[in-house]
Write a protein that binds this ligand. Structure first.
Ligand SMILES: Cc1cc2nc3c(=O)[nH]c(=O)nc-3n(C[C@H](O)[C@H](O)[C@H](O)COP(=O)(O)O)c2cc1C
Length: 209
């Protein structure tokens, strides 16, 4: 069987969600998966971005490193992991714009049966991490994806993260994810790669019959 392809499509303004994305990539790669990291682009003007300290600089740095996600990236992946900073307890508009661009694939049923999973970063402990994660389950259900939660399937979940997906708390000073947060993220990458591999094997067996 070919290597499992995992698309990690995230938005990040200050780097916390990006750091989780990189740890998820490590976990998936350690399982032998081929990982594609993509950053959703801003949908507001440069003028608006300049009003928040560091936004323009951070976006330029990350955009030089990660291409924007496309529907083709989603179609060619065996698993898609969406990551977003919390925005009022919900998904960011930047990542949602990418998810909405998948409408053509939804119409053709192209994402049905692919593994899907989610992660987020908030600034406060109870600032809506779980509601944000669950908000991304909704489009994944419409797309027919097989949603992969984390449960408490690894000891790392008893220290950090959520059963719905990896998370981190950045506080008032953009504190990066700590080692416990990153351990959950690595486990998420590993688990999604394992489940995507199992789903692909079932699909290939069904086609051979
Ligand atoms: C418009 C806006 C809304 C936000 N809403 C929330 C929120 O509801 N709860 C929360 O804890 N943090 C909220 N935040 C803070 C970010 O989610 C938090 O700083 C996150 O760690 C940023 O991730 P990043 O470093 O990947 O950009 C909000 C930030 C902005 C700009």
């Amino acid at each position: 069987m070919d290597a499992i392809k995992v698309l990690i499509a995230f938005y990040s303004r200050n780097g916390s969600t990006e750091a989780l994305a990189k740890a998820i990539a490590e976990g998936a790669q350690a399982e032998g998966a081929e990982v594609v990291l993509r950053r959703a682009r801003e949908i507001v003007s440069h003028e608006v971005m300049q009003k928040a300290e560091g936004w323009v600089e951070n976006a330029e740095r990350m955009n030089a490193q990660y291409e924007a996600p496309t529907p083709e990236d989603a179609e060619s992946a065996d698993a898609i992991i969406f990551g977003t900073p919390t925005r009022f307890g919900n998904v960011s508009s930047e990542l949602k714009a990418y998810i909405d661009s998948l409408g053509g694939l939804w119409f053709q049923g192209k994402l049905v049966g692919k593994a899907g999973s989610v992660f987020t970063s908030t600034s406060t402990v109870h600032g809506g991490n779980e509601s944000t994660l669950i908000s991304m389950y909704h489009p994944m259900a419409h797309l027919g994806m097989v949603i992969v939660p984390l449960g408490y399937a690894d000891p790392a979940l008893f220290k950090a993260g959520t059963p719905y997906g990896a998370s981190s708390v950045s506080g008032q000073n953009n504190t990066p994810p700590n080692e416990d947060d990153l351990a959950v993220a690595r486990f998420q990458g590993k688990r999604v790669a394992q489940i995507a591999r199992a789903l692909k094997a079932v699909g290939e067996t069904a086609t051979q019959q």
